[in-house]
Design a protein around this ligand. Sequence first.
Ligand code: ARG
Length: 385
Amino acid sequence: MKKQALSLVLAGLMAASLAGCGSSSSNTSTTSTSTTASTAATTTAATTAASTTTAAATTAASTAAEAESTTEAEVTTASTTAEAASEEATTEAKTTEATTEAKTTEAKTTEAVSEEAESEEVGSEEVESEEGSEAETFDLSASKYLSDGVLTVGLNATFPPFEYVGDGKDDFTAITANESNATGFDVAMMNEIGKRLGVDVEIEDMDFDGIIPALGTKIDVAATGMTITDERKEAVNFSDPYYDATQSVLVAADSKIANEDDLKAADAIGVQAGTTGETVAREINDSAVVSVKSFNQAVADLVNGKNDAVILDEVPAEAFEKNYEGKLKVLDGSDFNFDVEEYGIAMPKDDEVLLDAINSALADMKADGTYDELLEQYISNYQAE
Ligand code: ARG
């Protein structure tokens, strides 16, 4: 059936081309329902070819129409495919565009980042060149702890010359956090940082081992000669290091203690609870460790003979030695193989703005000479008040 229809159509097509040559009315036939020119031509051709028999013509026409509809369907399919293909191509093009766009965005981002890095560089250069100038104003609105305009600093003020009250010969009690008129290097450093950040500074004096737990609730930061350790870093963020330190051994002026073996044989080694000095003492002679809340207390117990030694940071040890005028002596930490430690300002982990602000202000005051002035004033020229 298909073969026959096809040959009829072919015949019709040949006739149509013949008819097309000589007749202007070849396309006037109305037998076809098809709207395409080719169908009309085929129908006309079929009509012409079968002009002797109306029936034959009708058959041819309808067969042609049938054939045409097949072709049309095919064409439709083809065009759909073509369309689809072109759509695909478009989509592909769009995808390429999108990819290109993404790449451009990426490129822009990279540009932005490197621009930022550049401007940061420029910023620090400016700071370095503008000696003694005030720091830029920080936007602290995104800081969880500084957006209220107050920087609450926790410390334990029994650690001269970093933070202390008086000459360290009294105030032996455990301290529950309270507002303090403590003075010292850390206090001066934090006041300077607060000034640069445009916030008020409030000091809270508290037990050393209560400071890290109080971060984020009672206090915003801790500036208290706190050594940066891996263990503490799990709980808090530390600023960039601001002071190098080492543990040392403070003994009575007439003590025979001179090295680690002597400490192993000691009966009572005073330490402040929660300090690196306590860790070191426990490694040397755990059973002799007498852990108290206040360095003032540990040192007073040394002076009155209850302790054989106190392990504490070297600079504070020298400050106590000075305050107790001839009654104490500081043993060189190198005789005990103590590690070098670094102090950092501790703060809660959930405030990157706070960390950046503190580090910027710190870098700024180091760059413009203020930091060295404070070292000179509070550490080199330490004098108990
Ligand atoms: N650097 C030592 C530490 O981090 C002792 C710090 C004690 N500070 C104080 N203000 N009492 O453990």
